[in-house]
Design a protein around this ligand. Structure first.
Ligand code: CP
Length: 301
């Protein structure tokens, strides 16, 4: 593994190695506190972020590395028309690893062509969010001590949400998982993604979430991605298609978990946060351990 711009580029073994390393880091973070001493990470974020950028920065600081970069491309020379390629060349000269979030499909792949140092996608358009998939799988694996035989429901904007393809590709590397896909018809998983996972995952396309809640082990809610819609009216039609209330969540099994890549808007009521199944903030925290594991693997000696 030199770069990570698609979860499809890494093997099941590499995912399991990252999970194992992240578990060790979470248990004993101080043992890793000098692992990236003297190394520098660039964060090039052309789209807004809270969790991905801050957890990468937290991970690098906890490994005793240093961080530079921009959280808003408008304060970089992209504003003057500089290409991704040239910006990446510069970041590659100034640092030991690059984390890139960009709205363009293929931007991660382009970056790898112009960088001498590892490139990690922090989210690529609607295409992929590979490090989110690693922390999602880590959270599920940690809770159930494995993935075999789980029934996982993915809910909401399965078309534009980039965490969905990455999570599906990651889960397709494991056996015995059943995936229930809940969305309005216009927000179904893109056909290209369905083709990619065909024969590797058992999937069911559904609409009625309520009746399936008691069966699910994992409920993975997603935000409807307003910024990706062609117009306001199409967004308004579907924005509240699924709203998980406390009463709905209480019909789930006691040992089930509710995840969300966050940010949430309206799709999980705040009353759900108090339920034991609500694990989305813990999930986001797991982003630190998994990103420490990834940075150590890609940049460590
Ligand atoms: N899950 C996620 O990517 O969150 P941010 O957009 O806040 O980074």
């Amino acid at each position: 593994m030199k770069h990570l711009v698609s979860i499809r580029d890494i093997s099941t073994k590499e995912i399991l190695n990252l999970i194992e390393l992240a578990q060790d880091i979470e248990t004993n973070p101080h043992a890793y506190s000098d692992r990236l001493k003297g190394k520098i990470m660039s964060t090039l974020f052309y789209e807004p972020s809270t969790r991905t950028r801050l957890s990468f920065e937290s991970a690098m600081h906890r490994l005793n590395g240093k961080v530079l970069g921009f959280a808003d491309a408008n304060v970089s020379s992209a504003k003057k028309g500089e290409s991704i390629a040239d910006t990446v060349r510069m970041a590659s000269a100034y640092s030991d690893v690059i984390v890139l979030r960009h709205f363009l499909e293929g931007s991660g792949r382009i970056a790898t062509e112009y960088s001498d140092v590892p490139v990690i996608s922090g989210g690529t358009g609607i295409q992929e969010h590979p490090t989110q998939a690693i922390l999602d799988v880590y959270t599920i694996h940690k809770h159930f001590d494995g993935l075999d035989g789980l029934k996982i429901g993915l809910v909401g904007d399965l078309r534009y949400g980039r965490t969905i393809p990455s999570l599906l590709y990651a889960l397709a590397k494991f056996s015995g998982i059943e995936i229930y896909l809940f969305s309005p018809p216009e927000l179904r998983v893109r056909m290209s993604v369905m083709n990619d996972i065909s024969g590797k995952l058992t999937t069911y396309i559904k609409q009625d979430l309520k009746s399936h809640l008691p069966e699910l082990d994992v409920l993975y809610m997603t935000r409807v991605q307003k910024e990706r819609f062609p117009d306001e009216a199409s967004y308004e039609r579907v924005k509240d298609f699924y709203v998980l209330s406390g009463a709905m969540a209480q019909t789930m099994k006691k040992e089930s978990i509710i995840l969300h890549p966050l940010p949430r808007v309206n799709e999980i009521a705040y009353e759900v946060d108090r339920l034991p199944q609500a694990k989305y903030f813990e999930q986001a925290k797991n982003g630190v351990w998994t990103r420490m594991a990834l940075l150590t693997t890609l940049v460590g000696e």
